[in-house]
Design a protein around this ligand. Structure first.
Ligand code: NAD
Ligand code: UDP
Length: 328
């Protein structure tokens, strides 16, 4: 990491949801920067295997903990990265109450920990706070277009509440808090059955099964490789800025084009099968990343081809049994 390595002086970080997809990559990067890591996870949608390669590192500790119950961490902590939450639509639709609880009570407990330890706090928020956006691309000042009563409301509103709570703790309790709004991120360690478009399309293409595109596939997403996202998050943590700041790639693509690209890269003959579009599925999504670029000197640098290639190769070996794969 080049953008902020000189200003990186965190000694010990807590990562909630650290055994998940993004959390496990964060733990890895934190250790590589010399920061000790306490990883808290209840393994609701993540697994210990995601961080198994880190457990020999003396600076790493993994603790099973449901952060909606209580959080206790002994010793000094100077950074709390709050990532615990189901994140894929399939997960949060089957876990609606857990999603609301971790976004509300879990965030409360994480902020309480940061307050007690006088630590910098970073909330993993989401592009989903913009809902089905009426402004495109989305800037941080946009308030969003969310249906609180729709099925996605459990995730979107939990994150919006978490943002309000974080803002209140910053204003009233002196917590040095920052909000990052993360856009669609992909890479190794996503679960092949997590329901999100990229792992689903890769799994289907590798198996030669029909690739399931929702609606006519004209809806868009802007997809960012995990290493880029993590570097943006760490740069923001080190910056002292309150956010919110969008972190994501402006590389917007239709879902149909994404499905065809993955199929062609896997060299599969798999057909495209059109399936019903989920309720309230956003039609477009692309971050305006001007703030991240000017504030942090950060922007995504991994090309779609490079990122998808690395991810496909990881899935190829994982599905061949060389990595432990969670199934829920
Ligand atoms: P993930 O499901 O892989 O990871 C979430 C982790 O949180 C899992 O390990 C899960 O077991 C843990 N968890 C859930 N509830 C918990 C609880 N009550 N106590 C302790 N641990 C709990 O998801 P992800 O894609 O890695 O997303 C991580 C975070 O980043 C989420 O907060 C998500 O909203 C946010 N985010 C992710 C993306 C993305 O594209 N991946 C985009 C926007 C925001
Ligand atoms: N999608 C799809 N087929 C699938 C899974 C998802 O066409 O098997 C679509 C989904 O309807 C959405 C887009 O891909 O329009 C991105 O979905 P994902 O769950 O990856 O991310 P999110 O909707 O949370 O941005």
């Amino acid at each position: 990491m080049t953008t902020h390595a000189t200003s990186w002086n965190f000694r010990r970080a807590v990562v909630t949801g650290g055994a998940g997809f993004l959390g496990s990559h964060l733990c890895e990067w934190l250790l590589s920067l010399g920061t000790q890591v306490v990883c808290l996870d209840n393994f609701l949608t993540g697994i210990p295997a995601n961080v198994a390669h880190l457990t020999d590192d003396p600076g790493f500790r993994l603790a099973r903990c449901d952060i909606t119950d209580f959080i206790h961490v002994s010793g000094e902590v100077d950074l709390v990265l709050h990532f615990a939450s189901p994140a894929s639509p399939t997960d949060y639709l089957r876990l609606p109450i857990q999603t609301l609880k971790v976004g509300s009570t879990g965030t409360l407990h994480s902020l309480g920990l940061a307050r007690e330890k006088k630590a910098r706090f970073l909330l993993a928020s989401t592009s989903e706070v913009y809902g089905d956006p009426l402004e495109h691309p989305q800037r941080e000042v946009y308030w969003g277009n969310v249906n609180p009563l729709g099925p996605r409301g459990v995730y979107d509103e939990a994150k919006r509440y978490a943002e309000a709570l974080t803002t209140a703790y910053r204003a009233n309790c002196g917590v040095d808090a920052v909000i990052v709004r993360i856009f669609n991120t992909y890479g190794p360690r996503m679960r092949p059955d997590d329901g999100r478009a990229i792992p689903t399309f890769i799994r289907q293409a590798l198996a030669g099964e029909p690739i399931t595109v929702a609606g006519d596939g004209s809806q868009t997403r802007s997809v960012c490789y995990v290493d880029d996202t993590v570097q943006g998050i760490l740069a923001l943590a080190a910056s002292g800025h309150p956010g919110p700041v969008n972190i994501g790639s402006p590389d917007e693509i239709t879902i149909l084009h994404l499905a065809e690209t993955i199929r062609d890269m896997v060299d599969a003959q798999a057909p495209i099968r059109l399936i019903n579009r989920p309720v309230d599925d956003p039609s477009v999504r692309r971050p305006d990343t001007t703030l991240a670029e000017t504030l942090l000197g950060w922007k995504a640098t991994t090309s779609r081809e490079q990122g998808l290639h690395k991810t496909i190769e990881w899935f190829r070996s994982a599905l061949a049994g060389q990595e432990e794969l969670p199934s829920f």
